[in-house]
Design a protein around this ligand. Structure first.
Ligand SMILES: NC(=O)c1ccc[n+]([C@@H]2O[C@H](COP(=O)([O-])OP(=O)(O)OC[C@H]3O[C@@H](n4cnc5c(N)ncnc54)[C@H](O)[C@@H]3O)[C@@H](O)[C@H]2O)c1
Length: 458
């Protein structure tokens, strides 16, 4: 509907129930939605896209792909390397979790594969370099569980402060032990957040809602949320906080970032929470600080070595200090459940399935872990004569000149390129191309020596 068409505006809003302002707003809303509605693009090869979805990925994701018109083969199980080598050649996209390994050998058999979706946080199960060299972007969902972790930390703050696990354990073993000594409200206490990223900043908001003061330390300057304050050093944060919670990635500089010296800098009677990565805390030093009662309690969700499967022992063979840690009072130990909620799984399903369809339908690589991130504004639905060129190529001099020479007879509406390591990716929308010219144009662009993959979408 056009904003300048008063008849159609009037038809969409009942005059008896609306005034001139409602009609104006309605007209504006509808004209904007027309402008923004993207054209759904399709590969020119006209081949139906086939997806292989493994490891019981959410049914919502499968439904999303089917709605897009893709053929989906779905299995609850992972596939071995040999099975994949046999089957992957028929598929344009694959969705996996952590058990299916996409090796270089698998990728060599994946002659049609355009994209890989890891419906999880990590991407170690994919040979990312080999995938990039084959022109295949890999998407994952690193931040879908931030809220789940932040909520768990709040639960741990309260549970440590009230010695909840001790009292519950005692009562389960038949001992009534009502006491208030050493138990505190969290209101008015200071929470020190180390790493103010996706999780740290969510947590900041939740903690303030509990009436806590929030301070944080991060290597970059970040705009604090609410009344939180950024402190200049880790030592400063440790000396001010009643609760210290860690939300940094595992990097060479964060391994053992909380060790004997830092534990000594913490306030006497304060608590330590680690839901980040196991190696960030020097656990034998923490055991000493807990035994001396300098630290009043700790919650640990992550460990330097973690069992590979449920039911496996968490013992001294795995981590030499495990039995000592398990015997300490007011220590909460959980099996890396920080991000494990149904909501996080649903969000992962939505985020990764949308990333895969954005790449298949529009060529966007925003969020890819192994690929240059390139995107173009959508072609509006009412524009019929534009096509989109997606050209993955080796990152070497002269390629853009060759591509632009091929495009020079046409009007390039938009173009954007970027590179990452050995791989570069250019997207361009060109106007007023006749369909019979397309095979020649495609042949010209894809026959350059740097070509890895050229797709035309229209
Ligand atoms: N327990 C779980 O189940 C679970 C779930 C999700 C994430 N995690 C872990 O939580 C951690 C944080 O995740 P996120 O999503 O918030 O990450 P993020 O990348 O959004 O934030 C990390 C923050 O740490 C900061 N940082 C990096 N090095 C630092 C240093 N040396 N000192 C201070 N700050 C530093 C960064 O600048 C960034 O702001 C990661 O280690 C992640 O693996 C655990």
């Amino acid at each position: 509907m056009s904003y300048s068409n008063p008849q159609s505006v009037a038809a969409s809003v009942s005059p008896s129930t609306s005034n001139i302002h409602d009609r104006f707003r309605s007209a504006r809303r509808e004209s904007y939605s027309d402008i923004r509605r993207p054209k759904i693009l399709h590969p020119l090869e006209n081949e139906n896209l086939r997806l292989l979805i493994l490891e019981n990925i959410s049914q919502d994701a499968v439904a999303h792909f089917r709605q897009q018109g893709y053929h989906v083969d779905h299995s609850t199980k992972a596939m071995s390397e040999d099975e994949l080598v046999e089957k992957i050649g028929q598929y344009h996209a694959i969705g996996i979790r952590s058990k299916t390994k996409i090796t270089e050998r698998v990728l060599k058999s994946a002659s049609k594969l355009l994209v890989i979706g890891c419906f999880c946080i990590g991407t170690n199960q994919v040979d990312l370099g080999a995938a990039a060299r084959a022109g295949i972007p890999v998407f994952n969902s690193p931040f879908s569980n931030s809220r789940s972790v932040a909520e768990l930390v709040m639960a741990e703050v309260v549970a440590l402060s009230r010695q909840l696990f001790e009292r519950s354990y005692e009562l389960r073993t038949g001992i009534w032990n009502k006491q208030s000594k050493g138990c505190w409200e969290v209101r008015g206490k200071t929470l020190g957040i180390v790493g103010y990223g996706h999780i740290g900043s969510q947590l900041s908001v939740l903690a303030e809602a509990f009436g806590m003061r929030v301070v944080f330390y991060d290597i970059i300057n970040i705009m604090p949320l609410g009344s939180a304050r950024q402190l200049d050093t880790l030592a400063h944060l440790l000396s001010e906080s009643d609760f210290v919670t860690l939300h940094v990635p595992e990097l060479p500089e964060t391994i053992n970032m909380i060790s004997k010296e830092q534990l000594a800098q913490m306030k006497k009677g304060s608590y330590l929470i680690n839901n980040a990565r196991g190696k960030v805390v020097d656990i034998p030093a923490l055991v000493d600080a807990l035994q001396s009662k300098h630290v009043a309690g700790a919650a640990l969700d992550v460990f330097p070595s973690e069992p590979g499967s449920n039911g496996a022992p968490f013992d001294d063979q795995l981590n030499s200090w495990a039995s000592v840690l398990r015997a300490l009072p007011n220590v909460i130990l959980t099996p890396h459940i920080g991000g494990s909620t149904e909501e996080a799984q649903t969000m992962i399903g939505q985020e990764v399935s949308q990333a895969l369809s954005r790449y298949l339908n529009f060529g966007s690589t925003n969020g890819a872990v192994n690929f240059p991130e390139v995107d173009l504004r959508a072609i509006p639905a009412d524009v019929v004569s534009q096509i989109r060129i997606c050209h993955v190529h080796k990152n070497q001099p002269g390629v853009l000149k060759q591509v632009n020479d091929a495009l020079s007879p046409y009007n390039v509406e938009k173009q954007y390129s970027d590179s990452k390591g050995e791989i570069a990716y250019v997207m361009a929308d060109i106007a007023d191309v006749s369909f019979k010219e397309l095979p020649n144009l495609k042949e010209r662009i894809s026959s350059t020596d740097a070509n890895i993959l050229t797709r035309f979408l229209a």
